[in-house]
Design a protein around this ligand. Structure first.
Ligand SMILES: NC(=O)c1ccc[n+]([C@@H]2O[C@H](COP(=O)([O-])OP(=O)(O)OC[C@H]3O[C@@H](n4cnc5c(N)ncnc54)[C@H](O)[C@@H]3O)[C@@H](O)[C@H]2O)c1
Ligand SMILES: [Zn+2]
Ligand SMILES: [Zn+2]
Length: 362
């Protein structure tokens, strides 16, 4: 028996995201079918629609979710039917060379479901980030389900499944922000604003938000930004230097992922400072920097995949920070929408008012 449910599909590059009937197979060995409770709209879904990730259309979009386990396949012991979970795209394998080196946060062989979900005519779907949870039900590897407690707002905590975890982790894990440090974040969408919240959680005392939209900068203050810079009319490098004694910030996080924002991050950090790239570039983007500056400025240039998180370590810990009043996860939820509103939510990403639109399914 397979499940016939509604899901949000993009059939070809730049085609609209539409609600269609999809077929979710029963879980096979090591797999689980979940009832999706909520799913945030992440810029990465828009990258998929625009062909910026790969060309494996049609896509089943969505990947920032709280869900409840509906069925498990053979050999699944770590979760049970009825468990409340956040879906993750880092189901650590435990065996690849990263895992073997004790660095499971980089796991190079994370698990996804082996079977494919399909359209009604049998066309195989590519699930966004191996999840595909703008859908009433989805099929994942059991390891993609991280159990969480019952008493939290599903729409808010589900955002830890991608963008908010990526942002917080870019600051606390990849950037290793320490108490008293200065941090600048370029791009204050869901991911960048979460990096600001993460910097505050880690004890940074100067937190500079940079965006081209004043509404985003205003929101950033609520999450811990001590200063804001609108880089549409102000040079962000000079502004960040001026706010940090003329030196630049200890850590600069690029949450946009364009050559110009990366260069700003590169030059806006102090000598021996850290640059963290968490925004995702597209294939045609190229970066040119004087190699002497790469050497002469020292420090580290790191990319942050999923905030270098470990779902089993970080999801419930951050929910607990939320419950203690130290992390306003609910503040990231700008609007609660239905499955049919995903395309409109993509369009709103450009307007500057929305941190996260979240689809609620049950
Ligand atoms: N590394 C990861 O694991 C990971 C995870 C999730 C998302 N992402 C990526 O992070 C990026 C941000 O995602 P999001 O959901 O926050 O997107 P978003 O669309 O909500 O926010 C982007 C923000 O950047 C601002 N911006 C755009 N161009 C700018 C510029 N030139 N200078 C300054 N600000 C600018 C926009 O005004 C907006 O506030 C995307 O590229 C997304 O794919 C990465
Ligand atoms: Zn691994
Ligand atoms: Zn995402």
């Amino acid at each position: 028996m397979a499940y016939r449910v509604q899901g949000v599909v993009v059939r070809e590059k730049n085609a609209p995201a539409t609600v269609e009937t999809i077929i979710v197979p029963d879980p096979g060995p090591g797999e689980a079918v979940v009832d999706v409770i909520s799913c945030g709209v992440c810029h990465t879904d828009l990258h998929y629609q625009q062909g910026g990730i790969n060309d494996e259309f049609p896509f089943l979009l969505g990947h920032e979710s709280t869900a409840r386990v509906a069925a498990i396949g053979e050999g699944v012991t770590e979760i049970a039917v009825g468990d409340r979970v956040i879906l993750n795209w880092r189901a650590v394998c435990g065996q690849c060379r990263a895992c073997a080196k004790g660095q499971p946060q980089y796991c190079f062989a994370t698990h996804n479901a082996t079977q494919k979900m399909t359209l009604e005519d049998g066309t195989e779907l590519s699930a966004a980030l191996g999840i595909g949870s703008f859908a009433e039900k989805t099929l994942v590897a059991a390891g993609q389900c991280t159990k969480i407690d019952e008493d939290s707002d599903a729409a808010a905590v589900g955002l830890l499944g991608c963008g908010i975890m990526a942002g917080i982790g870019a600051a606390i894990n990849t950037g290793e922000v320490k108490r008293g440090e200065s941090v600048a974040v370029i791009g204050c969408g869901g991911v960048g604003t979460a990096a600001i919240a993460g910097a505050q959680l880690a004890g940074a005392t100067t937190i500079i938000a940079v965006d081209i939209d004043d509404a985003k900068l205003e929101q950033a203050k609520h999450f811990g930004a001590t200063h804001t810079v609108n880089s549409r009319d102000t040079d962000p490098v000079a502004a960040i230097q001026a706010l940090t004694g003329g030196h630049g910030a200890d850590v600069v996080i690029d949450a946009v992922g364009r050559p110009e924002t990366y260069k700003q991050a590169f030059y806006a950090r102090d000598l021996a400072g850290r640059v963290v790239l968490v925004g995702v570039p597209t294939p045609e983007m190229m970066l040119e920097l004087p190699l002497l500056d790469v050497f002469g400025r020292g420090g580290s240039l790191k990319s942050s995949w999923y905030g270098d998180c470990l779902p089993s370590r970080d999801f419930q810990m951050l929910i607990d920070q939320h419950k203690l009043g130290r992390l306003d996860l609910a503040g990231f939820v700008t609007e609660r929408i239905g499955l049919g509103d995903v395309q409109a939510a993509f369009d709103k990403m450009a307007t500057g008012t929305v941190l996260r639109s979240v689809v609620e399914l049950s």
